[in-house]
Structure formats: structure tokens, C-alpha cells
Design a binder for this molecule. Structure first.
Ligand code: NDP
Length: 287
């Protein structure tokens, strides 16, 4: 049976280290400097509200101040961008996070591009994605960074490994592909037009899935001894969360696996907060 990676404990270890860094900044600054994160939440999506609450709770735990701006769902694109620009110019704000998804009438890419790259703690601005592609990243998108931490913790041998990423979003799949490539894995990127997914998965030493369709990856597709990281989350009508991977059967093939709860999610939050501390530290060092 596979080892189930404990993302919750690993995230907690990261948060403990971050708390120390925040305390150090505070004492170095004669108790004047506190990292501050602005969160912009557009509309009333209940899941987004929950995610933001969770991020704020962990930020508070480690001494980061958060300011949550709840914005009406009917805000126009221009108004939202103008608001982000005020946060860009605010010297007391060191990180900006726009909770995704945004309502359909708003172009998420334009919103992300409006964030100052040095406050982009989600690591999604083209400047930051470009630096990652160049192999010289500053802010790495939190979820793929969290996945790498989990794989590193599990001593995953990256070099020469065959890795398969399912899903190619800017949020997860694309940066994931870049990170695995930077660790010298041979990466195949799959998406909704991929015709032979089972055959590709069957060859993979590392599988990272970020699709959002319940159990789209069947357990018997998984190669014996593979490292399997399931980013996908599908909320069922009864409230249950289901991953992209058929967990039970996949666990009998994989060497290491994550489950939909206590896997990637906590690491995503920890890595976003790590980016916030990084942004704040860079700001403080320029004072
Ligand atoms: P997107 O909807 O942006 O991307 C989904 C991707 O899946 C697309 O690239 C799409 O391909 C691909 N896809 C769709 N159908 C198939 C298929 N049949 N076979 C192969 N690929 C397919 O989602 P996100 O990347 O934003 O998120 C993915 C999942 O991860 C969601 O469930 C989300 O909730 C979860 N998530 C979890 C996080 C966590 O912390 N645990 C953080 C972020 C996301 P195409 O490009 O061709 O359309």
C-alpha cells in the first residue's frame, strides 16, 4: 500500500518557520514592521469565502496582518483594476491576492496582470511565470510549489523520471510542468484533447493531476511504485470532496499518494504565505 503524504503536518512545519521569520522582521525593525497581505474577494462564491477565511486564519497564526476587501460581484473590470492599483501604490501592503475564480464578466488575466509583480504572492503574473520559465523564479504559484515540497519530502527521485501533469492551467498545470522540468524530469503535459491518457499515465513515475473531475484517473492506470499527487477537488452535492484520482485502487499501485483532504490544500496556503513573507522581507530590506 502507498504511503499517504501528510500535507497538513508538512504545512504546519512551514508555518512554524514562517512565524519565526515574521518575528525576526518585527524585532529587526524595532517592533514596527509587520507583513501585510491584501486579499480581494469578488462576489459571494461560498467556496471562495471559505478559502479566504482559511488563508486569513493561518496568516494571523504566523503574525501576518491581512486586510480582506469584499467587493460586489457586479464591479466592472475597470473599477476592479483601479482598486488593485490603489493596493499596488499602498506602501503598507506587501502582498496582493485576488481570490479566483472571479465572476464571468471579469477577465481574470487582466486582473492578474494589474497586480505589481513584486506583490504578486500567488505567483501568477506573466512576469513571475516568465522568471519561472527562465529558471530564475521569485514568486512561484503556491499550489505547484506545494506539490514540489510534498514530492521532495517523499524523496521523490526527479532526475530522469517520467512525469505526467494532467491539466494545463496557469494556476497549477503549467507552472507544475516547468518545475518538474527544472528538476530534470521528462514531463508530458496532458489536457482535455489528450487522446490516450491511460497509456500515458501507465508510463509515469510521477503523476500530478489538476483537472477537477471526480476520479477521472482510474487506479489501475497507475504504474507500480509511482508518486501520485492529486490536486483536483470536486465537491459532491452531499458536500463530500472527491479528487481526480480513484484513491483506494491507486493506493494499491502507487508508492506515495496524496488524498483530497490534508494533501495539497494545506501546502497551497503555506506556500502562498511563504511568498507573502518573501515579498514583505524584500520590501523591508529596501527601506
Ligand atoms: P482549470 O479548470 O483551469 O483547468 C483544468 C484543466 O484540466 C484544463 O487544462 C483542462 O484541459 C484539463 N482537463 C479537463 N478535462 C480533461 C480531461 N478529460 N482529460 C485531461 N485533462 C482535462 O482548473 P485549475 O487548474 O484551476 O484547477 C484544477 C483542479 O485543482 C480543480 O479541481 C481545483 O479545485 C483544484 N485546485 C486545488 C487546489 C488545492 O490547493 N488543492 C489549488 C488549485 C486548484 P484544457 O486546457 O484542454 O481545457
Amino acid at each position: 500500500m502507498a504511503i499517504v503524504l501528510d500535507g497538513k503536518t508538512l504545512a504546519q512545519d512551514t508555518l512554524v518557520q514562517l512565524k519565526q521569520s515574521v518575528a525576526q522582521l518585527y524585532s529587526d525593525s524595532d517592533q514596527t514592521f509587520i507583513p501585510r497581505l491584501a486579499v480581494v474577494l469578488v462576489g459571494d462564491d461560498p467556496a471562495s469565502h471559505l478559502y479566504v477565511k482559511n488563508k486569513q486564519r493561518h496568516a494571523k497564526e504566523i503574525g501576518i496582518d491581512t486586510v480582506c476587501h469584499r467587493v460586489d460581484a457586479m464591479i466592472t473590470q475597470e473599477e476592479l483594476i483601479a482598486f488593485i492599483e490603489t493596493l499596488n501604490d499602498d506602501k503598507d501592503i506587501h502582498g496582493i491576492l485576488v481570490q479566483l475564480p472571479v465572476p464571468k464578466h471579469i477577465d481574470a488575466q487582466r486582473v492578474i496582470r494589474a497586480i505589481r509583480p513584486d506583490k504578486d504572492v500567488d505567483g501568477l503574473h506573466p512576469h513571475n511565470v516568465g522568471l519561472l520559465a527562465w529558471g530564475n523564479p521569485t514568486f512561484i504559484a503556491a499550489t505547484p510549489q506545494g506539490v514540489m515540497r510534498l514530492l521532495e519530502f517523499a524523496d521523490c527521485p526527479f532526475e530522469g523520471a517520467r512525469a505526467v501533469v494532467v491539466g494545463r492551467s496557469i494556476l497549477v498545470g503549467l507552472p507544475m510542468t516547468l518545475l518538474l522540468g527544472a528538476h530534470n524530469a521528462t514531463v508530458t503535459l496532458c489536457h482535455s484533447y489528450t487522446s490516450n491518457l491511460p497509456e500515458i499515465i501507465a508510463q509515469a513515475d510521477i503523476v500530478v493531476t489538476a483537472v477537477g473531475q471526480p476520479e477521472i484517473i482510474q487506479g489501475h492506470w497507475i504504474k507500480q511504485g509511482a508518486y501520485v499527487i492529486d490536486v483536483g477537488i470536486s465537491r459532491q452535492p452531499n458536500g463530500h470532496l472527491i479528487g481526480d484520482v480513484a484513491f483506494e485502487e491507486a493506493s494499491t499501485h502507487a508508492q506515495v499518494i496524496t488524498s483530497v483532504i490534508g494533501g495539497v490544500g494545506p501546502m497551497t496556503v503555506a506556500c502562498m504565505l511563504e511568498n507573502t513573507v518573501k515579498a514583505a522581507t524584500a520590501f523591508y530590506e529596501k527601506l
